[in-house]
Design a protein around this ligand. Sequence first.
Ligand code: HEC
Length: 106
Amino acid sequence: MILYRNGMRFIMFYFLLVLPSMAWSEMKAISQIEVLMMSCYTCHGQNAKGSGKVPSLHDIDLTDIIETMNDFKTGHEKSTIMGPYAKAYSDQEIEALANFIKNPKD
Ligand code: HEC
């Protein structure tokens, strides 16, 4: 019973103090575009600097990132993974991602 009470107290503490402060810091630290970029990082490495055989996204310029993503979508650019993957992103998202890759602080 004592354990149970402490457990409840902990849960209350968590919901009243920890969660809101976490939500607040997340809101300040992570923008929407960074959330989108995180999925790119899983393959393209930390900050999209390349990882194993997956290329860095810093070696191609902004318009090439956008064009290549669109060519992945249409199949004009051959790919193993990016074809179906690129289709999940709208033109606006692709443009925003390309801008973020080139100017991460904007
Ligand atoms: C599941 C792994 C994976 C994810 C997730 C992923 N990529 Fe890729 N990406 C690849 C691979 C592998 C290639 C090489 C082409 C191929 O085989 O598909 C590639 C190639 C690219 C290229 C072409 C690079 C070049 O120099 O030709 C671009 C641009 C690119 N990815 C952008 C992105 C963006 C933007 C995201 C996030 C929205 C992303 N990728 C997410 C695996 C991934």
